[in-house]
Design a protein around this ligand. Structure first.
Ligand SMILES: O=C(O)c1ccccc1NCC(=O)[C@H](O)[C@H](O)COP(=O)(O)O
Length: 213
């Protein structure tokens, strides 16, 4: 199970979380977000990290912005979190063939899951996040996990949206995603991660995995 901690802004916290056992760190490249980090900051953070996957989170960004950030920040993955079309996903994939391409879908109702089939041939991984009318991500809102129990995409997927150390076991008892993604559930304020909560989260996931063996 991949564990992605998203919205890192501080080098020492990123190093600590990578060392604690997270498998992916996410950097928000959306300027409107309180968790936004400039490409130069991503570069500084990434240079200090042990080996770990590094995703840049973009929303309706230009190809140039994505290319430059990937190069400077040595990103291993690009998460498209806006209204990017299938054609745009194809362009990103062709331009950056060695980078994992993740399409985030914000799920308002079950009909939104229909998009998965159409995007699947053009992306590597999906991320399901909760819908919020004003904010694209990092909202702390959960999905209705029960309604996702029949969700079996032909690509690996991350469950996101409102996961916390105290509810992740319940989510994983209902669903079997390939990864989980957390932001606000392990922070004290936007972009400022709480290492105690991260440790609790990793513990809760480990416990859940042991129970399901
Ligand atoms: O986190 C943000 O501020 C953000 C802003 C704009 C686009 C995407 C954003 N986050 C994307 C993520 O992958 C978050 O981890 C995801 O939305 C889950 O957040 P949370 O509900 O706080 O765990």
């Amino acid at each position: 199970m991949r564990i992605k901690i998203c919205g890192l802004t501080q080098p020492d916290q990123a190093v600590a979380i990578a060392t604690m056992g997270a498998s992916v760190l996410g950097f928000i490249c959306v300027k409107q977000s309180p968790r936004y980090v400039a490409p130069e900051t991503i570069q500084t953070i990434v240079q200090a990290l042990p080996p770990i996957d590094r995703f840049g989170v973009f929303a309706n960004a230009s190809l140039e912005q994505i290319k430059q950030t990937v190069a400077l920040g040595q990103l291993s993955g690009v998460q498209l979190h806006g209204q990017e079309s299938i054609a745009y996903c194809q362009t990103v994939r062709t331009t950056l063939p060695d980078v994992e391409l993740i399409k985030a879908l914000r799920i308002r109702d079950l009909k939104d899951l229909d998009q998965v089939e159409t995007y699947a041939p053009y992306v590597d991984t999906f991320l399901l996040d909760a819908y919020h009318p004003q904010h694209l991500g990092g909202t702390g809102h959960t999905l209705d996990w029960k309604t996702l129990q029949t969700f079996r995409p032909e690509r690996p997927w991350f469950l996101a949206g409102g996961l916390r150390p105290d509810n992740v076991a319940q989510a994983l008892s209902l669903l079997s995603p390939d990864g989980i993604d957390l932001s606000s559930g392990v922070e004290q304020s936007p972009g400022d991660k709480n290492l105690i909560k991260v440790a609790q989260l990793l513990q809760a996931v480990k416990k859940g995995e042991t129970l399901s063996l």
